[in-house]
Design a protein around this ligand. Structure first.
Ligand SMILES: Cc1cc2nc3c(=O)[nH]c(=O)nc-3n(C[C@H](O)[C@H](O)[C@H](O)COP(=O)(O)OP(=O)(O)OC[C@H]3O[C@@H](n4cnc5c(N)ncnc54)[C@H](O)[C@@H]3O)c2cc1C
Length: 502
C-alpha cells in the first residue's frame, strides 16, 4: 500500500522531526554568536551590520555569499549554505569569532579572496551548522621601502598589494599570482606562483613573518608560533593551521622597463613542434624570462568539426625588448618572436597585461579587486618532469577537441624554483620539475551539463597519466580537488580540530 507506514518508519520520522525542530534557527545561532562576541571583545560598532543571514535579509545574504566566490558550481541551490556570514572589521573580532565558534560548536569557514577551486571557503559539505568568516574588510597594506618589506592583511587582493608597492616605488615588486583578484590570505598559504617565480621563487618563499590566530584565539607572530608552524603556513594549504591575519612579505627588485608579448601558433603553424621545443627550453631560459603557454581549441565548430588547437605563448621579460630578442634568438628561435610582438612597459602594467586587463586600464583598476574569471568550472593540475612526446601531444589535441570549452595553461619552472630545496617549505615541486599544467573545463549552463564535463575531465586526466609525474602523481595544493572516490576529502577537514581546538 502506497500510504502504509511501518512503526519503525513512523518512529524514524518522529525522531527526524524532533531533531529538526530542536536545531537552533540561524537567527538564534547568530544571536548566541553575537552575545559571545560582545562578551569577548569591546565591540563598539554596530555589530549587526557585520552579519549577513538568510533570515535577516535573503537578498543581501545572497549578494555577500556570491561577492567573491569564483566557482559558480558551488553557489547552486543544492549546495549547503552557511547559517550566517560574519565580516570582522578588526583583528580582535576575528579572535573573538574563533573563540565563539569553538564555544558554540559552529564549524567555521574562512574566506579571504573566495578563489578556492572547490568553494571550500564558503561551502562545507556534511558539517552543519557552519558559518563563514569573511576577511574582506581586513585589507590594509603597509609598504616600507626602508626595510624592503610590506605587511598585507589577509583580505587584500594580490592586485592591491602590487598596486600599493608600485605606488611607492616603480622598481619594487612581489612575485605572487597572475590573477589580480586572488586574496593574499588564502593564496600565499598554498604557495603562490606567478610570472616572476623563475627569478625569485614563490610568494610563500618571500614571506618574512606572519600574524596568525590559533585555536584559542591567540595572535601569534613568527617568533611566537615557532618555526614549524611558520614552515607549514607557507605552502601547506588554506584553512589548515589557523587564521592568517596578515603576511609580512619581502619586496623584490624589478626593472623600470619590462617587456611582454603574446605569440600564437595553431597546429597548422607547426604548433605541435614548437610546443615540443618549448618543453625542452622553458625551464632553462634566462631567469628574467617567463613564457607560459595557454592552449585551447580555436575556430568554429562545424559539422565537419574543423576546430584547431591554438597555443598562445605569453611572455614577461624583466628587461627591455633588445635584450629579450637576443635571449630568444639564442634559446628559442622556433617561436619566431619579432620586435613588433614586444611591448615595453612598467612592471605594474606588465602584471595587468598578464592578468588580462586591456592596455588602456590604469593601475587603479587593480584596486577594484574585480575578478575577470567567474564561471562554472572543474580544474585539475599536473607536474611534468620529461617533455611530453609529439604523439602524446597529438593524443591530447584529440581529447581537447572533444570538449566544449577546455583550457590548459602550462607554467615553466627552473631558475630559482630549482635552487630552493623541496623541504624548505611544504611546496615540494622544485628541482626536476619542467613545468606545471593546469587543466580546466568551463561551462555556463549550471548543473545541466556538469556531469558531461566532469566525465571529460576524468577521461583526459586518465589519458595524461602516462606523461606526468609519477609515484605519486603530484598536484598543486592551491588547485586542490575533492577526491572523487575515497581518500581525504578536504571539505571534511576541520581546521579547529587540526589545531587541537575541540
Ligand atoms: C581565476 C583564478 C586564478 C588563479 N591564479 C593563480 C595564480 O596565478 N597563482 C597561484 O598560485 N594560484 C592561482 N589560483 C589559485 C589560488 O592561489 C587559490 O585558489 C587560493 O587559495 C586563493 O586564495 P583566496 O584567498 O582568494 O581564496 P579563498 O577561497 O578565500 O580561500 C582558499 C582556501 O584558503 C582558506 N583561507 C582563506 N583565507 C584564509 C586565511 N586568512 N587564513 C587561513 N586560511 C584561509 C579558505 O578557507 C580556503 O580553504 C587561481 C585561482 C583562480 C580561481
Amino acid at each position: 500500500m502506497a500510504f502504509a507506514i511501518s512503526t519503525r518508519n513512523a518512529v524514524a520520522i518522529l525522531v527526524t522531526l524532533l531533531l529538526v525542530s530542536a536545531r537552533p534557527s540561524s537567527s538564534t545561532l547568530q544571536q548566541d554568536f553575537i552575545h559571545c562576541l560582545v562578551d569577548n571583545t569591546d565591540m563598539a560598532f554596530p555589530i549587526r551590520a557585520s552579519f549577513f543571514s538568510p533570515d535577516q535579509n535573503a537578498t543581501l545574504f545572497k549578494e555577500e555569499l556570491e561577492s567573491t566566490a569564483q566557482n559558480l558550481r558551488y553557489l547552486t541551490q543544492s549546495n549547503p549554505k552557511p547559517v550566517f556570514i560574519f565580516e570582522p572589521l578588526y583583528e580582535t573580532h576575528v579572535q573573538a569569532a574563533v573563540v565563539c565558534a569553538k564555544k558554540l560548536q559552529l564549524h567555521m569557514r574562512l574566506r579571504s579572496g573566495g578563489h578556492d577551486y572547490e568553494g571550500l571557503s564558503f561551502v562545507a559539505e556534511n558539517v552543519t551548522p557552519f558559518v563563514v568568516v569573511d576577511l574582506s574588510k581586513l585589507r590594509q597594506i603597509d609598504v616600507d621601502l626602508d626595510s624592503n618589506s610590506a605587511w598585507a592583511h589577509a583580505g587584500a587582493t594580490v592586485g592591491e598589494v602590487y598596486y600599493r608597492i608600485q605606488e611607492k616605488s616603480q622598481t619594487h615588486g612581489f612575485p605572487a599570482g597572475l590573477c589580480s583578484s586572488l586574496g593574499i590570505g588564502g593564496h600565499l598559504v598554498g604557495g603562490a606562483y606567478g610570472s616572476m617565480m623563475r627569478k625569485f621563487g614563490l610568494g610563500a618563499d618571500n614571506v618574512l613573518d606572519a600574524r596568525i590566530i590559533d585555536a584559542n584565539g591567540k595572535i601569534l607572530d613568527r617568533a611566537a608560533m615557532g618555526e614549524d608552524v611558520f614552515w607549514a603556513i607557507r605552502g601547506a594549504g588554506g584553512g589548515s593551521f589557523g587564521v592568517i591575519l596578515a603576511w609580512k612579505i619581502k619586496l623584490v627588485p624589478v626593472p623600470a622597463t619590462v617587456t611582454v608579448f603574446t605569440v600564437t601558433k595553431t597546429l597548422e603553424q607547426d604548433g605541435t613542434n614548437v610546443l615540443y621545443k618549448w618543453q625542452q627550453v622553458a625551464d632553462k631560459l634566462d631567469e628574467d624570462l617567463f613564457i607560459r603557454v595557454i592552449i585551447q581549441p580555436a575556430g568554429k565548430t562545424t559539422k565537419t568539426g574543423n576546430r584547431t588547437i591554438s597555443t598562445s605563448y605569453q611572455g614577461q621579460f624583466l628587461g627591455d625588448s633588445n635584450r629579450l630578442m637576443q635571449v630568444m634568438q639564442k634559446s628559442f628561435p622556433e617561436l619566431g618572436l619579432t620586435k613588433k610582438d614586444c611591448i615595453e612597459m612598467s612592471w605594474i602594467k606588465s602584471v595587468m597585461y598578464i592578468a588580462g586587463f586591456p592596455n588602456s586600464a590604469p593601475p587603479e583598476a587593480l584596486l577594484a579587486g574585480k575578478s575577470l574569471f567567474k564561471n562554472h568550472f572543474k580544474a585539475k593540475s599536473d607536474f611534468v618532469e620529461e617533455p611530453i612526446p609529439v604523439e602524446g601531444l597529438e593524443g591530447l589535441w584529440k581529447k581537447l577537441l572533444k570538449e566544449d570549452s577546455p583550457l590548459t595553461i602550462w607554467n615553466p619552472y627552473g631558475g630559482m624554483m630549482s635552487r630552493i630545496s623541496e623541504s624548505e617549505t611544504p611546496f615540494p615541486h622544485r628541482k626536476g620539475t619542467l613545468f606545471k599544467i593546469q587543466w580546466l573545463s568551463t561551462w555556463s549552463d549550471g548543473k545541466a551539463s556538469e556531469a558531461r564535463h566532469i566525465e571529460w575531465m576524468r577521461d583526459m586526466y586518465s589519458y595524461m597519466e602516462q606523461y606526468v609525474s609519477k609515484k605519486p602523481r603530484r598536484a598543486y595544493v592551491n588547485y586542490r580537488v575533492m577526491l572523487e572516490s575515497g581518500g581525504l576529502k578536504y571539505s571534511d577537514k576541520d581546521w579547529l580540530m587540526e589545531l587541537g581546538g575541540r
